[in-house]
Design a binder for this molecule. Structure first.
Ligand SMILES: Cc1ncc(COP(=O)(O)O)c(C=O)c1O
Length: 391
């Protein structure tokens, strides 16, 4: 059996042991210094000015959009473009916050929205914001996409929950946009069991993210920021400030356990990503040799941080065959994330317009993925090799 993932953590035993010690000794479990230290460590790794930790990647996405709405950068009814091949909680907050979701087609060769897909869409529909997803460790040509967004005044956001560690030739995935989200749910590149994070270089957005994360209050802001909000709303004393709520928020806070595990797992991150990349590069050679399968293009990516092993067949019938080949060998498989999101019940309920998305349809009908992680053994690789060989 090759499950989607083998363990909750990289270096499982060592991490569980450290976590047990932490739990015995921790002075506090609600959000505090461990979370802030993890944020600092992560922003240094990512090369961003700010990092704000959340209890999940879905919460991070919700908080980004709520923050832009609170700041007046987005309004109810604005068109927000997003990758048609994505995860539910990339799109749901677009709907929940009253924006208009506009799916953008993805390229079959990269699984992602490319600049050509974006250009094709904006010829027909004006969008205020693009919340792009970097799918399964792959990305689109984000440098070109950023240029297009800059020249047309489109706010660019990245859902980087599946591409932690991927690097293009001119920057890390997650650093091409105004704000980007990460997920630390188990089976992602790095796990804190549940967890998510937003990086941004924009201090005003980071400040609002901290307000949105915790009830709409100012408790997790620095002294100067608190003073600014209290002055603006005539909050004259600490007693009143404790329960003053400045704008719309939620409780999306992580715990100290999230912060502790995140810091501990970061020491293994570089090696973890290297191993994922090297597994992937080996396995894709077997894809290349098989004419039933589509070889995915990542030539625009310098460091490929593989999330999983996508298998894209040339037609639907072939997918059935490879589906059986993988399942028969005991390999756990999943659909290509949420497929063409337009086919999902929630999307049909809330969006009445149907877009023509041939790329996302093809990926939906002809693809699936299985796990790729550092703990794959040589034997596992050989099993996957035989699954990838011609049916
Ligand atoms: C692209 C994408 N966005 C958002 C999420 C949500 O992350 P979480 O499960 O941490 O809420 C996921 C989860 O798999 C994802 O793949």
């Amino acid at each position: 059996m090759i499950p989607l993932m083998k363990y909750a953590f990289v270096n499982e035993y060592e991490t569980r042991h450290a976590l047990a010690e932490f739990i015995l000794k921790a002075p506090k479990f609600s959000m505090d210094q461990q979370c802030y230290n993890f944020e600092k460590k992560f922003s240094k790794y990512q090369g961003s000015k700010e990092a704000v930790l959340f209890n999940s990647g879905g919460s991070a996405n919700l908080a980004i959009l709520q923050s832009l709405k609170n700041l007046g950068m987005l309004d109810v009814g604005d068109n927000i473009g997003f990758s048609a091949l994505t995860w539910s909680t990339n799109v749901m907050p677009i709907i929940q916050l009253g924006f208009n979701p506009i799916p953008i087609d993805c390229s079959v060769n990269t699984l992602n929205v490319m600049s050509s897909n974006l250009l094709e869409l904006i010829e027909r529909v004006k969008i205020k914001c693009l919340f792009i997803t970097n799918v399964l460790g792959f990305t689109g040509d984000l440098d070109k996409i950023r240029e297009i967004c800059l020249s047309r005044n489109i706010i660019l956001l990245e859902d980087n929950c599946e591409a932690l560690g991927t690097e293009l030739f001119n920057g890390k995935a997650g650093n091409f946009s105004l704000a980007s989200s990460f997920s630390f749910f188990v089976a992602h590149h790095m796990s804190t069991i549940e967890g998510g994070l937003v990086v941004t270089n924009n201090y005003e957005i980071a400040e609002m993210l901290r307000i949105v994360r915790a009830n709409g209050w100012d408790r997790n802001l620095n002294a100067a920021q608190q003073l600014k909000w209290r002055k603006k709303f005539n909050v004259s004393n600490e007693f009143e400030a404790k329960y003053t709520f400045y704008d719309l928020g939620y409780n999306l806070r992580p715990t100290e356990i999230t912060g502790f595990i995140g810091q501990f797992q970061m020491q293994f991150l570089e090696k973890n990503i290297d191993q994922r990349e090297s597994n992937f590069l080996r396995l894709e050679q077997y894809v290349k040799e098989n004419e039933d399968l589509i070889f995915l293009d990542h030539t625009h990516i310098k460091k490929f941080s593989s999330f999983a092993l996508p298998v894209l067949c040339k037609n639907k019938k072939l997918r059935e065959s490879y589906f059986n080949q993988f399942s028969g060998a005991g390999v756990e498989i999943r659909p290509m994330i949420a497929g063409n999101i337009q086919k999902q019940p929630f999307f049909k309920k809330y969006s009445k317009v149907e877009y023509n998305l041939p790329g996302a349809d093809f990926i939906h009908d002809c693809g699936f993925y299985c796990g790729n992680y550092p703990e794959l053994s040589e034997n596992d690789i050989q099993v996957l090799r035989s699954c990838l060989s011609k049916y």
